[in-house]
Structures are given as C-alpha cells and as structure tokens.
Design a protein around this ligand. Sequence first.
Ligand code: NAD
Length: 456
Amino acid sequence: MKAAINRREFMQRSVVGAAAAPLLTHVLGHEAEASAGGASPNDRIQVGMIGVGARCLQGSGLLDAVVAVPGVQVLGVCDAYKGRVTRALSNLGGKAKDYGDYHALLADKSIDAVVIATPDHWHKPLALAALAAGKDVYLEKPMTLAIDEGPEMYGAAEKAGRILQIGSQGKSSKLQETAREIIKSGKLGQINLVRASFDRNSESGAWIYPIPPDADPKTVNWDLFLGSAPKRPFSLERFFRWRCFWDYSGGISTDLFVHLMTTIHYVMDATVPETVVATGANYRHQKTHEVPDTLNASAVYGKENFSVSLSGTFNSASAGESGFAIMGNEGSLVFREDRMVFTPEHVVEGNGWIVSSWPTELEKAYWADPAVQKKEKPDTWPAQMWSRGESWTEVGPDATYIHMGRFFDSVRTRRPSVEDGRTGHHAAAVAHMVNESIKRKGPVSWDFEKDVLKKA
Ligand SMILES: NC(=O)c1ccc[n+]([C@@H]2O[C@H](COP(=O)([O-])OP(=O)(O)OC[C@H]3O[C@@H](n4cnc5c(N)ncnc54)[C@H](O)[C@@H]3O)[C@@H](O)[C@H]2O)c1
C-alpha cells in the first residue's frame, strides 16, 4: 500500500530531520520493540488533514510540521471553506487531493493517521469517527468542548489501541522539559503557588479576525461547520470567529488557559485539581462575544499541595504578565514567551519598623543579638536579591515540529503518546471547571473516581 523506505535511511533521517529532538533518538532506540498495529517501522505513514484553517496553514503550523517529518506524506485534506482547501493544496505543491468531506477521507484505507484542527465542537465526533476507522489521531487542543466528552474519547483510543495525541505543543519544548527537571530536583524548594495569565489587547488577539471576501454560502459549507451544534442561520461571524461563541468554544479558558494547564500539569507532575472557583465577565466585547473577555480563577491541587491562580483579559496587555510563574520558597521559575528565568529566593527578615516602636533599650538589645544580625542585614539585600539568577531561551525547531515528530514516533513504535487522551482531558477539564464555576457562581469539584466533574 505504501512506498517503503529503507529502515536505516529512515532512522538516520529521523534523527537529523527538522522534527528530531534528542528525545526522539531515545524513542527510536526502542524501535525493535514496536508492537503490532499502525504503520510498521519500514512504512511510509500516510496522513489526512481534517480542518485546514489558520492553525494548519500558518508558518510553522501543523501542515509544515507534518511535511517536515521524514517518511510521512499528506495524501489529502478536507475543510468546510473552499479557500482553505485551495491554499492547503497549493502549499502541498499540488501533490495532495481534496476529499471534500471527512467521511470520504476516513473511508480511505491508505490513510494511517489524521490531524484534526477544526473548531472545538467537532473534536469529539471527528476523533471518535477517526478512531473507529482505525486511524491514529493528532487532535488539536482543547481536546473537548464539554467536560464529560473526555473519558469516552480516551476510552475509545485505548480500546482500539490507537494513538490519540493532543496538540498542546508547548509540552514538547525543551524549556518545559528543563523546567520539569529543575522542579523535580527540588531547586525551587516547596512550591505552593503557580500564577498564570494570558493578556491581550487587540482585535486579532480577541479573535475578531478578518473574513475572507470570497466567503459566501457557495464557498462555505455551513451545515458541515454546524454539525451537531444548534441550528442557526448562516453567519460568517460564527464561522470565522467561532471562538467567541459558546456553541463552538469555551472562550479564553478552553482556548488559552488550556495551554497553561497542560504545562503546569506536566512540570508539576499534577493530574487535575480538586476544586476550582472562578469569576468571569464580558466588559468590552458584548457586541462580538458571548464568552467572557475577563477571567479570574483559582484551582486547588489537594494531593499535590499547591494552587494555581489563573487570569486573562482582552482589555490590556502592557502589564507584560502573559506566561506563568512557579513560586517556591527557595526560588521561582518565570516563563514569558520563549524565555524562562530562575531567580533564587533570598529570605531577608525586616523587623526594623517593628522594633523601632519598642522601648529604646529593648530595640538596642534586639540589634545586638548575633542571631538577629545574621538574618537581618538590610544594607546588603538588594545585591543579594538580583544576583545568581539563571535564564534559558528556547532554541531549535518550533515546539509544534517536535510535538508532531513525537506523534509520528508513537505511530511507528506504538509507544504511548507524550500527550495522550487522559492528559488532554485533564488539561481541558480545568478550563471547563473554570467556565462551570462561573456559571454556577461557586466552587466546583472533581470526581476522581468517575474522572469527571462532580454533579452540582
Ligand atoms: N496548538 C496551538 O497553538 C493552536 C493554535 C491555534 C489553534 N489551535 C486549535 O486548532 C483548532 C483550529 O483552530 P484554527 O485557528 O485553525 O481555526 P480556523 O477557523 O482558522 O480553522 C478551522 C477550520 O476547520 C474547518 N472546519 C469546520 N468544520 C469542519 C468540518 N466539519 N470538517 C472539516 N473542516 C471543518 C473550517 O472551515 C476552518 O477552515 C482549534 O481547536 C484551536 O483551538 C491550536
């Protein structure tokens, strides 16, 4: 069915290819153990892309990342807007076909794996249909539109023995791997709080995207877009700005917080919070958005002994706080874009203002105590505070390339994905808990036994 490539050639190309990171070398070292199912190590992997919108076609997006993996070929695509199909086929140099519709794509037995990058309301039905058709699946984040979809999806992948990888690519970045190692080493001491936020202040940041001038009922397949979502009249705003509407998205929480939560779970070795409490409001975008444009949330990890403070707004970005800080009593790790900074804690006591209110003799005696002199040296703290920090900047291929490379390594070796359905479910669950808490106007809790939200 496929043009086989020489096995040694594949391994060399994989290790030096754009998608290859050092960790891939390790996975390939176990190639001989690859079990039955999926593509054999000798075969070319053939791929279909379902939903070829901005995430797929942007520079260093999913399509580039798939094409960069040696031994992988895109056979065809499908999408609900003709303009995207035209662009995808052109980017593929005319060497792939338009399946028209996902049923036809999934029915093609020569396709081993699919990449799904549609709006979120299609994630579950498409992933289930692809798994049922025997395909391995790379599914964009957030894994789910609703919290209880997760167990059915990861259950289907596990039962079928297929790879289901979720697309929060940051997890495959070298920075996050380094952060996890640093945290595991104990360098940060006791970590009780992680602060994370996503702040934006632009129309494009708030998903009010330009609508292509050729979009109309002839070029846009409205029924295919809607699927099982509530029936509504044709709307280009809904089609191209779907993140603003509850039928297709969970807003800031599912679109943005989910990236933060995937990382936080990974670096902190945490699964899912016990409790989440959140508030949200739409202050500035009432004409364009159903979903809130400002969120604040707190997630409590009971077993792991820490909390996460999450916030996001579409009204201001100049505070420069997008990213997150992992705060330990011996040091902190701060992530902003592709940079991570470690700052050691220098605990300096400062009781001068308190003891200056004591009787003079007692204050003098306080400062004469050698133990006090040892821990309170106000004249030296600024230098201590700013010394001995460390920083790292991400280099090498975009994390999307590495994440995609790791997906295809799982496809070849049948080794579990680095971001499987359970991981994807738990990251998305936090986002849904945030929205549910806003809806219920109170805290929501996790049912660890059923792996879903506790009923109200
Ligand atoms: N990992 C990341 O960093 C990242 C970045 C952006 C988007 N995403 C995710 O990727 C997904 C797509 O986002 P996007 O920004 O590309 O949106 P988009 O609107 O640009 O693209 C989605 C595409 O899906 C198509 N589509 C809709 N229903 C379909 C169906 N039933 N069958 C086939 N095609 C269908 C639409 O026509 C559209 O072209 C979302 O889940 C989003 O959360 C992830």
